[in-house]
Design a protein around this ligand. Structure first.
Ligand SMILES: [Zn+2]
Length: 339
């Protein structure tokens, strides 16, 4: 009961890349960089285990950014001539690469970190990838000419890598879809279908992570504009509950999402965000346990997995670590309360 996990990313050590940045530059290159990525992956595996996290991840130490870490392995994309594009419905501008030909994987994407992590932990292992809709919202297209076609082209590639990760022994494959909170009509029309295409044939646990973004200024400003009740989940959860995806990772702590919306995820496991990533204030175990208790009013206890609201990549490393400890201490407190 109340097995803990994290949304995915963790801060990179200062010897690997710039810190507290969403798009950090690597500090090394070539073979040295490859080794440093592995070392950072092992470091975070150990720290997650020591913090008491039950379902651990590679912490996304091998990728520069959660979307582009996948795109770098795709043929048909021009990374040299990036264009400026407003993303997440123009919430912020990003320099994005351009699709210029038929998409194809160059080879394995996350094999190195997945196999390394698998060899060094006996805990359940999660690997995350961007979801098709979020990818399409983070790239310009001069080839497919149609958003849905482009999304399904990416979904096929995600599926190819996901199946390989499953063969590597990964227990949980998560697709990150922050765009689901932005384009709710598209989610119902084709977003969930594209997601199911990405997860097709997988026997391992599948998750979709839907959040209100990292704690960067553009997201904080956007959240201010959403009013006192964030109702995006209310629109998409009923459709998601009918999907083939087994778990939904969502934001709850310090969030204006009415918690009762999780009731709409009938039949799904809920990865309950009990740790905020937008503030450096570390939650107390009592706060975490209280939120878990509240969630049990709406979702059966055995379907609740305490988690972080979102990735911690841009956070201070020590604060992230203290938050992991609060997550697991809070879950332990809730377990004692309910056992
Ligand atoms: Zn997120």
């Amino acid at each position: 009961m109340f097995e803990t996990t994290i949304a995915g990313s963790l801060p990179k050590p200062g010897w690997l890349s710039e810190t507290q940045k969403l798009w950090p530059q690597w500090k090394l290159e070539g073979a040295e960089l490859a080794q440093a990525k592995k070392d950072a992956t092992l470091l975070w595996l150990k720290l997650q285990e020591d913090s008491g996290i039950d379902i651990v991840s590679d912490g996304e130490q091998s990728r520069q950014h959660f979307v582009h870490g996948f795109l770098e392995f795709v043929k048909g994309i021009d990374f040299k001539n990036k264009v400026k594009m407003g993303i997440r419905n123009d919430r912020y501008d990003a320099m994005v690469p351009v699709v210029k030909g038929k998409l194809k994987l160059k080879g394995r994407v996350h094999a190195i970190e997945a196999k390394l992590a698998r060899a060094h932990t006996k805990k359940k292992l999660k690997i995350t990838m961007p979801g098709p809709m979020t990818i399409v919202d983070t790239i310009a297209d001069k080839y497919y000419g149609d958003k849905v076609k482009l999304a399904f082209a990416f979904a096929a590639l995600l599926n190819q890598e996901a199946r390989a990760l499953e063969r590597d022994g990964v227990d949980v494959i998560q697709f990150d879809e922050p765009a689901f909170n932005v384009y709710m009509d598209d989610v119902k029309e084709w977003g969930i279908k594209a997601l199911e295409r990405a997860a097709q044939g997988l026997k391992c646990t599948t998750v979709v992570h839907i959040c209100y973004g990292y704690g960067i200024k553009a997201n904080l400003d956007w959240k201010k504009s959403l009013g006192s009740h964030w109702r995006q989940y209310e629109e998409i959860f009923p459709a998601l509950s009918k999907s083939k995806i087994k778990q939904v990772s969502l934001e709850a702590m310090h969030s204006r999402v009415p918690l009762e919306f999780i009731r709409l995820l009938k039949g799904k496991d809920v990865l309950l965000g009990v740790i905020g990533v937008a503030s450096n204030k570390v939650e107390t175990p009592a706060q975490v346990a209280a939120l878990i208790s509240k969630a049990t009013k709406y979702v059966p206890k055995n379907r609740i997995f305490p988690c972080t609201n979102c990735g911690m990549a841009p956070m201070n490393r020590d604060i992230a670590l203290r938050k992991l400890r609060a997550l697991s201490a809070g879950a332990a407190l809730a377990r004692r309360r309910f056992s």
